[in-house]
Design a protein around this ligand. Structure first.
Ligand SMILES: Nc1ncnc2c1ncn2[C@@H]1O[C@H](COP(=O)(O)OP(=O)(O)OP(=O)(O)O)[C@@H](O)[C@H]1O
Ligand SMILES: Cc1ncc(COP(=O)(O)O)c(N)n1
Length: 274
């Protein structure tokens, strides 16, 4: 971006991860690395580190909506993403807000189960997420476990990813990417895109690292950033996948558990190091 040009603005509606690896923290880093100005509407505060989540405190639904409104009326949002929405009341308030006055592009990361197995949503909120939020999505990005819940099937193979993507697309999003990070072996780097036409297999190399915390949040944030920059949804998703693969190659071996992916890679050989 040349000097004087203003960046597009992307909004994340998500939870805080005190460890800085996922949630709002991953989203804002991802936006910044795309030269997109990041705004945020916080939904909840998790006490979390590389070992897992120990406590979650929700914000009042009205506080979440007030943050969205504050950004929307002043800054102008080019694209948004939703992450951890936690409970029925917050999902319902966000859906009402986004249905009344839609944003130009919306990535729905239906955060329900993290790859560490932590449940990140109340049981009775899953149906609301499926029935009311997913249909608003330009792109929806369930992981293996979320896709199993949404599609009502087991996912063990590439063929299963394709069937699940088609089933979830029937729920109403314009496009769906089922992420294969939770699958074993070489399928870890394989996602399936479906937008009603031919399914597209998105394949990058599998990065062999235990430090994968934040991949899902960062993928959906990078898709939102690329949409804000004007890319079409499939191109935005392909570029986002490349971003996450690079960040996995530079992941951080910090903490005692699953460290976060590294967002600094675009800077490593740039001006910071001369
Ligand atoms: N080891 C890996 N090598 C290459 N790509 C990977 C690997 N793990 C995950 N990915 C990619 O990262 C993105 C996020 O997928 P993943 O299934 O990990 O989401 P998630 O479960 O929501 O993330 P998280 O682990 O943060 O909860 C996808 O594009 C997936 O293909
Ligand atoms: C606050 C928060 N939001 C989302 C996730 C899941 O993130 P991911 O799927 O990237 O591990 C998380 N662990 N914490």
């Amino acid at each position: 971006m040349s000097q004087g040009m203003q960046p597009p603005i992307a909004l994340t509606i998500a939870g805080s991860d005190s460890g800085g690896g996922a949630g709002i923290q991953a989203d804002l880093k991802t936006f910044a690395m795309h030269c997109v100005h990041g705004a945020c509407a916080l939904t909840c505060v998790t006490a979390q580190n590389t070992l897992g989540v120990t406590r979650v405190d929700p914000l009042a639904p009205a506080a979440v909506v007030a943050q969205i409104n504050a950004v929307a009326i002043d800054l102008g949002i080019a694209a948004a993403k939703t992450g951890m929405l936690l409970n029925r009341d917050i999902i319902s308030a966000v859906v009402d807000r986004l249905s009344t006055d839609p944003l130009p592009a919306l990535v729905v990361d239906p955060v329900m189960v993290s790859r560490t197995g932590a449940q990140l949503i109340d049981d009775d909120a899953v149906a609301l997420m499926r029935d009311r939020l997913l249909p608003l999505a330009t792109v929806a990005t369930p992981n293996r476990y979320e896709a199993q819940l949404l599609a009502g099937q087991a996912i063990e193979s590439l063929a299963d990813l394709i069937v699940a993507a088609k089933t979830i697309w029937q729920l109403g999003p314009q496009a769906v990417v089922v992420k294969g990070g939770g699958l074993p072996g070489d399928l870890r780097g394989v996602d399936v895109w479906f937008a009603g036409d031919e399914p597209v297999v998105l394949r990058t190399e599998t990065v062999d690292t235990p430090h994968t915390h934040g991949t899902g949040c960062s993928l959906s944030a990078a898709i939102a950033a690329n949409l804000a920059l004007g890319q079409a949804p499939l191109a935005a998703t392909q570029a986002a996948k490349t971003y996450v693969t690079q960040a996995l190659h530079h992941s951080l071996a910090i903490g005692q558990g699953q460290g976060p992916i590294g967002h600094f890679f675009p800077l490593l050989n740039g001006w910071l190091n001369g």
